[in-house]
Design a protein around this ligand. Structure first.
Ligand code: ZN
Ligand code: ZN
Length: 379
């Protein structure tokens, strides 16, 4: 068996091994990519720490995948979501999830593919045990199986921006959840000039910040525990930052009130992934405001809330689970195309690692010494 390319395989939580696999056979409807960059996500770290017990080990982590088309099976060009022609050498971002198309959430109108009961995803729920092995982004190659969706990356978008497509799909979806409905007597939520609190200045929080700026937000207040991240939030256009580590909840509620004419934020987005942040978000939103919960992709536990406040504030609370990737990636690439060069998305990518350094990359994410770390075998 001839070795073709390397991958960092998570054989069990806490253990990554570098392995070489043979070249996958491309058949009808499938594609082979040379990976350019894959983002390291907090979800990968949770998997490494054993917080995703259902993960089918061994598997190659990595679901934020940018690659270059190496080989195309017959008909595989149909995977391109917007009907653009694909040929070898083209850059594509891979929609990590594949919905089943058969369950209630896929078939119901409106369809909710992000809630599909049988959703599978590269780097999360596809084992690398059997050929063609390459089902995750921490590798030199990716086998794109039939039924997948890819988007061709416009030339104007550099690799360091394109690799942010998946997290930006989460961020833009969360912001879109906060948009005001089109009912005149219910014009609450996100819109031009509206004030926002973003809890958590990790990659998702910062991408929400950038998306909100593009979408015309008013004052944006960002909270986090790390000065390094708050400094970045300032550079990315936050009007105010609050360090949670050196203030009390009382301080923060008062500060947000002061910064919002004494009423609280129109919209709060919880992107810290801490139960306490959710409880606090209820206090930071104004009466008639909205709270979007996007931070809890895994389950770190519970928190006490006072239902009276939710009732009294006439508050709207909405979850945002993943995104309807197939269409959300189109939104994201359009934004990236229009704003690359004007908004420094690429500054979010602070660290690059080789496939062999995957463990080090996860350590850097754990220590919060970076914004977005990427595995970058192809650049
Ligand atoms: Zn992710
Ligand atoms: Zn389904």
């Amino acid at each position: 068996m001839e070795e073709f390319g390397k991958a960092a395989v998570m054989v069990k939580p806490g253990k990554l091994e570098i392995k070489s696999f043979e070249r996958p056979k491309v058949s009808e409807g499938s594609m082979l990519l040379r990976i350019l960059m894959t983002g390291v996500c907090g979800t990968d770290l949770h998997m490494y720490e054993g917080r995703m017990p259902k993960a089918p080990f061994p598997l190659i982590p990595g679901h934020e995948i940018l690659g270059e088309v190496l080989e195309m099976g017959d008909g595989s060009g149909l995977m391109e979501a917007t009907g653009q022609a694909l040929r070898p050498g083209d850059r594509v971002v891979v929609v990590p999830s594949i919905a089943c198309g058969r369950c209630f959430y896929c078939k119901n109108v409106p369809s909710r593919p992000n809630l599909c009961e049988n959703r599978i995803a590269y780097g999360i729920s596809m084992s690398s045990l059997n050929p063609p092995h390459f089902f995750g982004g921490y590798a030199e190659f990716l086998y794109v199986r039939p039924g997948s969706t890819v988007h061709k990356v416009p030339e104007e978008i550099p690799n360091e921006v394109a690799v942010l497509s998946e997290p930006m799909s989460i961020a833009t979806r969360a912001l879109e959840r906060a948009f005001m409905p089109g009912i005149p007597y219910a014009r609450e939520g996100f819109g031009l000039g509206k004030s926002m609190v973003i809890q958590g200045a990790g990659p998702i929080g910062l991408l929400i910040l950038l998306a909100a700026r593009i979408a015309g937000a008013g004052d944006i207040i960002v909270t986090d525990m790390e000065d390094y991240r708050l400094q970045k939030a300032k550079e990315f256009g936050a009007d105010h930052t609050i360090n949670v580590a050196i203030t009390t909840q009382e301080d923060r509620v008062r500060l947000v009130q002061e910064l919002t004419n004494g009423v609280g934020a129109d919209v709060v987005v919880e992107a810290a992934g801490a139960p306490q942040a959710f409880a606090e978000g209820i206090l930071l939103a104004r009466r008639g405001g909205k709270l979007i919960e996007v931070g809890h992709f895994t389950d770190p536990g519970t928190v006490e809330v006072r239902p009276y406040i939710i009732c009294n504030k006439d508050l709207e609370i909405m979850g945002s689970w993943s995104s309807p990737h197939q269409t959300q990636f189109k939104t994201v690439l359009s934004l990236f195309k229009s704003f690359s060069g004007k908004i420094p998305f690429e500054k979010l990518v602070t660290h690059k690692f080789e496939v062999e350094e995957a463990e080090k990359a996860l350590g850097t994410v754990k220590e919060k010494r970076c914004l977005k770390a990427v595995i970058a075998p192809g650049v």
